[in-house]
Design a protein around this ligand. Structure first.
Ligand code: C2E
Ligand code: MG
Ligand code: MG
Ligand code: MG
Length: 283
């Protein structure tokens, strides 16, 4: 028989579950209006040349500050937006907003700065996705060769579907990166068949760099796999100098992480890029 305490305990946890569910339903409902309510913004995290520390590009990372619930992490709301389809509109907004922003930085003198933008599966498979991208590039006058679209292994499960879309994007000069590499299943068989430019090592591997030699050699293996497929390699989540040194030994070209720069709002990136004149000037 159930003791009173157990019963209360059970009710307690089920209430939490219900609260969390309600919160998710509410968030999911609020995503669509979040853009017009100005609650969405984009932070940019520099991608650096590991050898020189020079900033070669920035990754656009979406931020949501809900008017009543405060900041919501992308890992929390992106899956909700994916579920209810709001991600398609949201993804387009990110792309246009980030292209306009980085274009202003090009015009202010950082002319070769690359822009990396994450895609979601629903967005990638949405009707006329590649022509929407091309329209945004035309509208913002953004050089396609400086745009790096980040896809994941799980988006590539159906090659008959994904390869033509990637080829279409590439025919316009757009670059493709495989993000979070090493966290999916189909890694190697899929990788070889995709028209890719960059491989991004998932940050769960980065902390292994300074652990046991056998764990570090896994990262070396991933770098070698990338190179054998003519891809340049970017390592995510770099937090220490030792990690940078190990990666340089392995021949990894680029990196991203708190050790270099945190994701930051545009004005901080401008300071970093030494675009002081942009601060007080309306562009
Ligand atoms: P991601 O594409 O792998 O982005 C890198 C994530 O690692 C970012 O988390 C970034 O803040 C974090 N990060 C960077 N350096 C470090 C580090 O040194 N240490 C640690 N611990 N973390 C680091 P964030 O911004 O929370 O974004 C999480 C994920 O949400 C992204 O992972 C991406 O998959 C997704 N996301 C973000 N913005 C968008 C977007 O506009 N569209 C789509 N579809 N997904 C997005
Ligand atoms: Mg990414
Ligand atoms: Mg990603
Ligand atoms: Mg990643």
């Amino acid at each position: 028989s159930i003791k009173r305490g157990d019963k209360n305990g059970y009710r307690f946890f089920s209430d939490i579950k219900n609260e969390e569910l309600l919160r998710q339903v509410r968030l999911a409902n609020d995503i669509r209006s979040a853009i017009t309510k100005n609650e969405m913004s984009i932070h940019y995290q520099p991608l650096v040349d590991l050898e020189t520390g020079e900033i070669r590009g920035v990754e656009a990372l979406l931020r949501w500050t809900h008017s009543e619930m405060g900041p919501i992490a992308p890992s929390h709301f992106i899956p909700l937006a994916e579920q209810n389809g709001a991600i398609v509109e949201l993804g387009e907004w990110v792309l246009e907003e980030a292209c306009s922003q980085v274009k202003r930085w090009h015009e202010a003198g950082v002319s070769r700065l690359a822009l990396a933008v994450n895609l979601s599966i629903r967005q990638f498979k949405s009707l006329n996705f590649s022509s929407k991208v091309v329209n945004i590039l035309e509208k913002t006058n953004f050089d396609p060769a400086l745009l790096e679209l980040e896809v994941t292994e799980s988006m590539m499960q159906s090659l008959e579907e994904s390869v033509p879309i990637l080829n279409e994007l590439k025919s316009h000069g757009i670059k493709i990166s495989i993000d979070d590499f090493g966290t999916g299943y189909s890694s190697l068989s899929v990788l070889g068949q995709l028209p890719l430019d960059y491989l991004k090592i998932d940050r769960s591997f980065t902390k292994e760099l300074t652990g046991a030699a056998s764990s570090a050699s896994i990262v070396k293996l991933i770098v070698d796999i990338g190179h054998s497929m003519n891809l340049q390699v970017i390592c995510e989540g770099i937090e220490t100098k030792q990690e940078v040194e190990a990666l340089l030994q392995f021949g990894c070209e680029f990196g991203q992480g708190y050790y270099f720069h945190r994701p930051s709002p545009p004005n901080e990136i401008e300071r970093l890029l030494d675009l002081k004149h942009l601060h007080n000037t309306k562009v």
